[in-house]
Design a protein around this ligand. Structure first.
Ligand code: GRF
Length: 212
């Protein structure tokens, strides 16, 4: 059976969607390990409750390049012990360095709470016309602030330039009158929970291409 490693920083609902899909057989893969840089990350108890190895690996200093490089090396070493076929960033908030990405070429995917195009383009085609692309960590707030009619979720391969890798699955979410950041993010997450297990299955099957 294929093996997945999950990196998470948040409440872990996307991890839960993967654990559930693996448990029911909807996803034919085993979650081998979950790692977080935050000891209070909700994903870690979810992993333990499912009998999955949970590793808390705190980052001492986000800004010191030497500390950061050592962290990525250690993270890659830990993951390698679990021999993952695929690494899933499920709400992982640290940008991974090229030295980390080079250890797992074409085998890292990310879920992003907005619509992304394939590549570095600044616009994305949607059912409501062309919209500016929202990258970075505050896309739910940004979608509301720009007054977009829709936003969405994207699962994509991770490449050196953040939020630009080839798209595996993407789907739109309506923005409703009266939406707050919380209500909109909840709607996006419900979509993510559906998309992510499917995208993981596709990536494990090698769709699209392996060499990214
Ligand atoms: C998700 O919306 C993900 O797209 C974003 O952070 C959120 C994580 O949620 N990067 P959870 O921790 O999986 O509940």
């Amino acid at each position: 059976m294929k093996r997945i490693a999950v990196l998470a920083s948040g409440s872990g609902t996307n991890l839960q969607a993967l654990l559930d899909a693996s448990c029911t057989g909807a996803l034919n893969a085993e979650i081998a390990v979950v790692v977080s840089h935050r000891g209070d990350c909700g994903a870690l108890p979810r992993a333990l409750a499912a009998g999955v190895a949970a590793v808390s690996l705190p980052l001492a200093d986000l800004r010191d390049p030497a500390v950061r490089a050592a962290y990525d090396r250690q993270l890659a070493d830990i993951l390698t012990v679990f021999a993952p076929d695929l690494i899933v960033l499920a709400g992982w908030m640290l940008i991974l360095s090229p030295l980390f990405l080079d250890r797992f070429p074409g085998r890292i995917i990310n879920v992003h709470p907005a619509l992304l195009p394939d590549g570095v383009g600044a616009e994305v085609f949607t059912s409501q016309g062309t919209l500016p692309v929202l990258r970075g960590p505050r896309t739910v707030r940004d979608a509301l602030r720009h007054g977009f009619p829709i936003t969405g979720a994207t699962v994509h391969y991770v490449t050196i330039t953040v939020d630009t890798g080839p798209v595996i699955l993407r789907e739109e979410v309506p923005i409703l009158a009266g939406d707050t950041e919380q209500t909109l993010h909840e709607r996006i997450k419900r979509l993510e929970h559906r998309l992510l297990p499917r995208a993981v299955g596709m990536a494990l099957a090698g769709v699209p291409g392996e060499e990214h």
